[in-house]
Design a protein around this ligand. Sequence first.
Ligand code: FDA
Length: 307
Amino acid sequence: MRAFFLWMSHNTFLRRLLMGLGFARRAARRFVAGETIDAAIGAIRALNANGIFATVDHLGENVETEAHARRAADDYLAVLDRIGQAEVQSHASLKLTQLGLDIGVEFCRANVARVLCQAQAVGTFIRIDMEASDYTDRTLQVYRDLRAEFGNVGIVIQSYLYRSQDDIAALCAEGANVRLCKGAYQEPPDRAFPNKADVDASYIALTQMLLSAAARAHGAYAAIATHDPKMIAAAKAYAAEHNVPRDRFEFQMLYGIRRDLQQQLAQAGYRMRVYVPYGAEWYPYFMRRLAERPANVWFVLRNLFRG
Ligand code: FDA
């Protein structure tokens, strides 16, 4: 099922077909705040009212022309302006392939630098999402180039990749702000753990590296992005045992998923941040969410039969 939905996520025919169907749009709204900046700001305000921070994502990936990539950066400038004006508590997350990584590393770096300048002016932070493993090296390279210039940028590491232990060790020594997730793409067994138990064990080991006294001494910050109660319990237990201050890490979850747990963590005094995607390009993001969990597919089918 996972492989099927991940294949669907980059099938152009199905993309066109499903994006035209009203029920698919409605079902996607479970995971996407809406198509406009206003919808995103509304969702962020509602989260903030419950003591939850946000990171907003203007949906889109794998653009093929410089004009499209520049427009994607302009869209980020617009949403950052609105974050400043509306005085909401939100970072922004972006994908490098949306800002031109397929066109060229240098072009992409310059495009993202524009977004970082604007984020700096507004006083907020930009997280570079991690995409499929063909992009990992280039994503880390762009992140490191930008980090040398800007303080307000962080990166994502995926626990399913074998290489991630080395990447986390290097990033801890650099004092990076790292979001740790399990990984959402279809990866071959020579690059990623095929078994979930190994991905989970890797997740816990990498969380502990990020929260360790040595990493903190270098200035590292951990954003623990998962809906998995076992991962969350392991992070909480390690933090309590090692007296990790609550302002040195946060939990992150996706919009519309485990809202009960988001609220519980915020109420218990943990920093909680929700990833708020918005925009017209919801199709691949929505397919990755369906790939993660059969229950999400039933949710969509129920919507279909309700008409
Ligand atoms: P997993 O899918 O292993 O599920 C474990 C348990 O979590 C389930 O048994 C259930 O209890 C709970 N759970 C999971 N999904 C649920 C749902 N929909 N409803 C209810 N319970 C659920 N990936 C990537 O490759 N690059 C990136 O940059 C990012 N960025 C990112 C940001 C944020 C804030 C999050 C939360 C996630 C990402 N991801 C990502 C996605 C990530 O890699 C992963 O695919 C999903 O988070 C699903 O993995 P989990 O760790 O949530 O648990």
